[in-house]
Design a protein around this ligand. Structure first.
Ligand code: 1CP
Length: 355
């Protein structure tokens, strides 16, 4: 599923953007860069907006969500914008209560406690409860510069299942894993519902106007390779098989150094790498058929600019100018990150990689 021929509905300015070229592993004039969680609390403007509206109100207000996406992309000078939304929004139409309580992160009400709960769940057919996301995408696309691609996203089924079972964030995922090992039939039923709902959701984002999608499997690094193979890989393959082959799909996981080949086998045209691994060695392991995204430690943005420059040069050196590298952090920007360092990073990536 390689998006190598131009869909006539994609304008040349987007098709020929650095970001989409790199996704297709074509040569570029400079390495494209964007940053996971590039819109967020580290920005003064975001904090003042959040003083007036709650996080969920912001996600559900297409005008404000669009403004947040566009402001972050333009302020930073990055090569792609990302939709302002959250991976957990899809849980609401799947029947869960969702709340973002101050300082404590997300709370999912009525989490899954038994197999019977899963038996009553159906993959989302009607996506109208998420229409605010598609409205935001249309507004963002209309407001972004013509050549700046927009990335849509969703959570991967394992990561969503963790939230749906734990009822929020977790350190060891005890409930989720106990459910998985204890009742593989119910686990597979849940994963199938999440997979098929997510595939439809991502394809609807593409229809609304995103040029690429990223699947966030943020917590899958908590699994060993054999568990990944048995409980996750078939679902991830089914997910990537259903995503519109005309758009690049970025497959992101954190702490997945021991799972990378399995993640590649599951799917995705771009594989995300975090900072715990060496970009050059991992790209070797992954082979020539995929692009890679990463992999600066988000905490390095708190270091002096000289250290940021050193690590940026190191990562670009490891990529070796090989077509198919998208510069990014290994995970999302942290809330207290200095904005001037983020902007400096983007400039450094462009300057140090200019060909
Ligand atoms: O204003 C606030 O206090 C809310 C903070 C916030 C923001 C800005 C949350 C709550 N979500 C978001 C936006 C968001 N989330 C985006 C779009 C912004 C951008 O990238 O510019 C994206 C892509 C996400 C994805 C997301 N949400 C992930 C996957 C990425 C990752 O970091 O691994 C996850 C795990 C979530 C859940 C979530 N939502 C919010 C928080 C604080 C969390 C993590 C909670 C936890 O640790 O369990």
């Amino acid at each position: 599923s390689e998006p190598s021929t131009q869909d006539p509905t994609i304008p040349d300015a987007l098709w020929n953007s650095r970001f989409l070229k790199a996704c297709r592993r074509e040569p570029v004039d400079a390495t494209p860069v964007w940053l996971m969680r590039q819109a967020g609390r580290y920005m003064t403007e975001y904090r003042s907006l959040r003083a007036k509206v709650s996080f969920l109100e912001l996600c559900k207000n297409p005008e404000l969500a669009a403004e947040t996406t566009i402001f972050a992309a333009e302020t930073l000078g990055v090569d792609a914008a990302i939709l302002f939304a959250d991976i957990l929004l899809i849980l609401e139409p799947l029947g869960f209560g969702l709340e973002f309580s101050k300082g404590e992160g997300p709370v999912i009400h009525d989490p899954i406690r038994e197999a019977a709960h899963v038996a009553g769940m159906m993959p989302l057919e009607d996506l109208s409860a998420l229409s605010y996301v598609f409205d935001a995408i249309r507004l963002i696309r209309a407001g972004l510069p013509a050549g700046l691609p927009l990335i849509g996203f969703a959570g991967a089924p394992f990561t969503l299942a963790c939230y749906a079972i734990e009822g929020g964030g977790s350190k060891n995922y005890e409930r989720a894993k106990a459910f998985m090992y204890g009742d593989p039939g119910a686990w597979n039923a849940l994963m199938t519902v999440l997979t098929d709902s997510t595939a439809r959701y991502l394809n609807a984002q593409v229809k609304a106007g995103v040029q690429a999608v990223q699947v966030f499997d943020s917590w899958v690094g908590s699994l060993g390779p054999d568990d990944y193979r048995r409980f996750v890989l078939p679902h991830m393959r089914r997910l990537f098989d259903q995503i519109d082959p005309g758009v690049p799909a970025i497959h992101f996981g954190a702490d997945t150094g021991s799972l990378l080949e399995l993640q590649r086998d599951a799917g995705g045209t771009v594989i995300g790498l975090d900072w715990r691994v060496e970009l050059d060695r991992c790209w070797e392991r992954l082979g020539p058929e995929v692009a890679v995204q990463g992999n600066l430690d988000p905490v390095v943005l708190f270091a002096p600019l000289s250290e940021i420059a050193l690590q940026t040069r190191r990562i670009l050196g490891q990529a070796g100018g090989r077509p198919g590298h998208i510069f990014n952090l290994g995970h999302g920007i942290l809330p207290h990150t200095p904005v001037d360092h983020v902007r400096a990073l983007v400039q450094m990536v462009h300057e140090f990689s200019a060909r």
